[in-house]
Structure formats: C-alpha cells, structure tokens
Design a protein around this ligand. Structure first.
Ligand code: NDP
Length: 488
C-alpha cells in the first residue's frame, strides 16, 4: 500500500514541490510510518514567501479588520468541526494520549484564533495634540500596520497549539505567514491549510513548508531575503542560529526558548495539591513542555513525605498507547530524543544521584518496542552544579532537593541561565506575592501550573527568550507603528 503523504501548502495548494526529496514521519509509539513528507527546497521556500508577499498586496491586505477577524473565528470553528481529524493527526505525530490532546492541544489550537481576532478589534490607538508656533497646532496619531511576511518556526512538543499561538496573532494583525513546523510533527500544520482554504482565507495568507532546520527549509526560510520578521519557539541554541541568519538584514525576532524551571514547595502548602501540581509540571506530555519543572525545591520538614508522595503519584500513572483511556503518559517524540534523555539518566546515576523511581526504559511489550518509551524519573542527592540540574533535559524527570529558608529557595530557583517559568506552592498570601516578585522568569504561578490567560504577556527572561507575546503584547511584534503628523 502506498503510504500517505504530507505536502507543502503554498498559495492554497498542496504541492510536493519540484524536488524529489521526501522524508519519513514515524510514530513514536511503535516506529510505524505515519506519512512520507515532501521536503521543501529553495524553490518551494521561495514560492511560499512570494505567495505570502503577493497576498499582502491582494484581498488580504485590503480586507477590513472586522472581516479578517470574522474569518479567523471561522478558522477556529472549522478546527472544532474537524476536531477528530486534528486529534488523529496530532496523536499520530506525537504519540501523546488522546485525553491530553483532546483537552489541551486541539481546543487551545482553535482558541488562539478567536482570542487574537478579538484582541485586535479592541486595541485603542495613540493620539497626541501638539502646539505649534503659529498657534494652529498639529495632531499626531499612530497607525498600526502589519509587519509583512512572517516566518513562523515551530517545535514538536505542542505542535498545533504553539504554531497557532503565533499564526493567529500574525494573521489577526494583517500579516501573511510561512510556517515551518518541526519535521517530527508536520501533520496538523498541513491540515490547517485545508481549513484555511475551506473558510475562504485568500491564497498565500497561510503557507507551510516542510523540512529540517540547518541546510533545509528552516534555514532557507529564515535566510530568505523577503521575510520581514521571524517568530520562533524552540531550543536556545537554535534561536542563536536563527539570530545569526537574520543579522545581515536586521530582521526582528520573537523567541520563546528553552527553560530549566524551578518548582518551590513550602511546608505550609496544600500538600496534596502541591504533589498533584508538581507531578503534572514535571511529567505531563512526558515532560516535553517548555514550562515544565525539572528542579523541585521542597522545604525540609515535608521533604521526605513529598518525595514519597510524588513517587507514588507518578508510579500510578499508566504508560501506554494514546487511544487507551487509562493512559496518562505517552512516548517521547523520537528515539533520537530518547537517546538524549537517557544520556541524562546515565549522567545522574554516574553523578551519584538517588534514583527514587524510573531511570530507564519501561517494559511496554513487543508491539511497542520500536517506540520512544522512557520511564518517568525522580532523583535526589545531586549537587546544584550537576548538568542534570543545570541543563534542559525535556523529558519526564525532575531532581528534588530540600531547602531551609525562603531566601535560599529564591536563590536556588534563580541560579540558572534560563528564566522561563516557576511554580510556587504556599498558603501564605504575603509569601506568595513576595516570592513571585523575586523569581526572574516570564511567568510565575502560585498554587498552579500551566494556567494561561491568553491575554497576558508570555515569554522568557535570560536565555529563555526575547520579547513577549500574548494579548496586546503580540501586537508589539506583529505590527509596526506608523505615526501620522497632521499640521492644522
Ligand atoms: P528545536 O530548536 O530543535 O527546533 C524548533 C524548530 O526550529 C524546528 O522546526 C526545527 O526544525 C527548526 N530549526 C532547527 N534549526 C534551525 C535553523 N538553523 N534555522 C531555522 N530553523 C531551525 O526545538 P524542538 O523542536 O526540539 O523543541 C523543543 C525545544 O523548544 C525545547 O528547548 C523547549 O524548551 C523549547 N520550547 C520553548 C517554549 C517556550 O515557550 N519558551 C515552548 C515549547 C518549546 P527541525 O525540527 O527540523 O529541527
């Protein structure tokens, strides 16, 4: 049987491209072939950027804001109508449990379009009245104009959600986009093309090119002379490479990068809620969440009890097939990523860590043995300068360490090159505000994790990113202000 194909989407058409370069998209559940993906070469990337440029000068560029917003609502409605298609596509690529994708990836992917369509409709403009020597004065007002053609480079951990988190505000602001999804997860980005076409988004507004990073579609896109900005989510090292590739043409970038996020649990916390919250933060999506917690600091009086409870909790989570309703943990994204994660598991053992649970590969049976399965893992006893405590692993694992004072907890949490997120668990109101204000991150949760109001600023400090997106903050990146000065 001929395997299904995943094609580039350019000017509202699916194209294999002139190149005969194809790569396999394999399921991380069992290694089976999901589809053959058409890799975009220079000609396809150029065609996508041209289509995007042409659309800016076409009906999209002339479309009134209200109509554009209406179309984006229609995109969200159509994703919801085709919910099961998106669910199947996302799960086929990532192996994540249906229960998770059903609750998180697909609904949030759709919601992004509605939220940003509404945000842009409600942003006030800026206006200044000015005195002039002739006494007649002048008026200044600022117009927000689209930035142009936006290159969107997306990762594999929450493919539809993180891609639409950028595509939706870009389109809402009147830009056009060329998306390069991760080569591990091309399917939902491709499927979104069908949605765009069905609801009447004009050709060239939304384009998708498939391929890899360096020397492939990713680099070809970010180096293309006719893109106006790059918005990227992924590893910090990749962000640095993209920055270099846009440097010659001084294109603006918005980066959501890696993290090594801390969780702080005070002895006064609601114990069960804290265990539940940290378990989710460390292990959900098999630990492949940029906002996940890989360093946990627990106040000494409850340390032993907390570690035991966290172990009991995660050992109760079923690892298995995505369509099994009891499954909580799926595989990692790929065997290659598993090698990286298992490398850290080895380093932890060699460093003298106490392995509280996990540390290897689970027995998932012979039919899943070619998948990328890994055990959720908890360690204690490593020094703070160990690579396992300092570097982003992006797997289902965390190191737990006791602390004695609030100052120590804050110091430990901040002792990292990253600055993406933190989760703090306490029932003392004053402490909650005091600690949250001192953690050097883009988002600090108190008694919660992954709770996101899409109107709020999102991004990272230090090595975790450049800029903020979310709500009106997305407009700072996806539009340019043009001041009009009118002499009266
Ligand atoms: P990568 O940085 O490896 O890849 C992200 C995307 O960039 C992929 O589409 C990739 O293509 C592409 N890419 C790689 N090299 C280049 C290049 N030189 N030029 C242009 N594009 C390139 O990240 P992952 O996909 O591994 O995602 C995991 C990372 O993402 C983690 O570090 C995580 O912390 C971070 N992340 C950050 C978030 C945040 O909000 N701060 C949210 C989610 C994830 P290809 O797949 O082919 O390599």
């Amino acid at each position: 049987m001929t395997p299904p194909t995943t094609l580039n989407f350019i000017g509202n058409e699916y194209l294999a491209g002139g190149s005969d370069r194809w790569f396999d998209n394999r399921s991380p559940v069992d290694g089976s072939l999901v589809s053959r993906v058409a890799e975009a070469g220079p000609a396809e990337v150029d065609a996508a950027v041209r289509a995007a440029r042409a659309a800016l000068g076409g009906p999209w560029g002339r479309m009134p804001l209200a109509q554009r917003a209406q179309l984006l609502h229609a995109v969200a409605d159509e994703i919801e109508r085709r919910f099961d298609d998106f669910l199947q596509a996302e799960v086929a690529d990532t192996g994540k449990p249906h229960s998770l994708a059903r609750r998180l990836d697909i609904p949030r992917g759709a919601a992004n379009f509605k939220v940003f369509a509404d945000v842009v409709k409600n942003v006030p403009g800026e206006f200044f009245e000015m005195a002039t020597p002739d006494g007649k004065g002048a008026l200044n007002y600022a117009l927000r104009v689209p930035k142009g053609v936006i290159a969107v480079i997306a990762p594999w951990n929450l493919p539809l959600l993180l891609m639409t988190w950028k595509v939706a505000p870009a389109l809402a602001c009147g830009n056009t986009v060329v998306v390069k999804p991760s080569e591990e997860t091309p399917s939902t980005a491709a499927l979104l093309g069908e949605v765009m076409k069905t609801v009447g988004v004009p050709p060239g507004v939304y384009n998708v090119v498939h391929g890899f990073g360096p020397g492939s579609a990713g680099e070809l896109l970010t180096r293309h002379a006719d893109i106006d900005a790059v918005t990227f989510t992924g590893e910090t090292g990749t962000g640095a490479a993209i920055m270099r590739s846009v440097a010659d043409r001084v294109r603006p970038v918005s980066f959501e990068l890696g993290g090594k996020n801390a969780g702080i649990v005070f002895a006064d916390a609601d114990f069960d809620a804290a265990v539940e919250g940290i378990a989710k933060a460390a292990f959900e999506n098999t630990g492949q969440v940029c906002l996940g917690t890989e360093r946990v600091y627990v106040e000494r009086p409850i340390f032993e009890r907390f570690v035991q409870a966290l172990k009991d909790k995660v050992e109760g989570w079923q690892i298995g097939r995505p369509d099994d309703a009891a499954t909580v943990l799926g595989p990692l994204i790929s065997r290659q990523h598993r090698e990286k994660v298992l490398g850290y598991y080895r380093l932890a053992r060699e460093g003298g860590a106490t392995v509280v649970t996990g540390g290897g590969v689970p027995d998932v049976g012979s039919d899943l043995q070619d998948g990328a399965w890994v055990q959720p893992t908890i360690w204690t006893g490593l020094p703070e300068d160990h690579p396992v405590v300092r570097e982003e692993i992006f797997g289902p694992c965390c190191h737990v360490r006791p602390f004695d004072t609030e100052e120590e907890a804050v110091r430990l949490a901040n002792d990292t090159d990253y600055g993406l997120a933190c989760t703090v668990w306490t029932t003392q109101l004053q402490r909650a505000h005091r600690v949250a204000s001192q953690i050097q991150v883009g988002i600090c949760w108190v008694n919660a994790w992954f709770l996101r109001d899409l109107r709020t600023p999102f991004g990272g400090s230090k090595l975790s990113g450049i800029g903020r997106e979310g709500g009106v903050h997305s407009l700072e990146f996806y539009t340019e202000l043009r001041n009009v000065c009118v002499k009266l």
